[in-house]
Design a protein. Structure first.
Length: 86
């Protein structure tokens, strides 16, 4: 099966995992780190700086593709696009 997101085609047989994440500042220089949406929603208690949101696709060959979104609504829209193709 082929998924398409932002004009990028992904063969599902090459996907190891795919997941959404919140991107937060690590507090060191300009470093960022992805955290689960659950952690961000429930445990962060507004103690971290939100940078944005992403969908990460990890491939069987060890490569990763990141689709970054400025807000939660855009992330949820992209998630729905992926789900509608499955």
């Amino acid at each position: 099966m082929i998924l398409e997101l932002e004009n990028y085609k992904i063969d599902t047989k090459n996907i190891m995992k795919i997941y959404p994440a919140a991107i937060v500042s690590s507090g060191v220089d300009n470093e960022t780190t992805p955290v689960s949406l659950e952690w961000f929603d429930v445990l962060s208690k507004q103690k971290v700086e939100l940078i944005g949101f992403s969908i990460f696709v990890h491939f069987n060959d060890g490569k990763t593709k990141e689709f970054r979104y400025a807000n939660r609504e855009l992330l949820e829209e992209a998630t729905k696009i992926i789900a509608s193709q499955m």
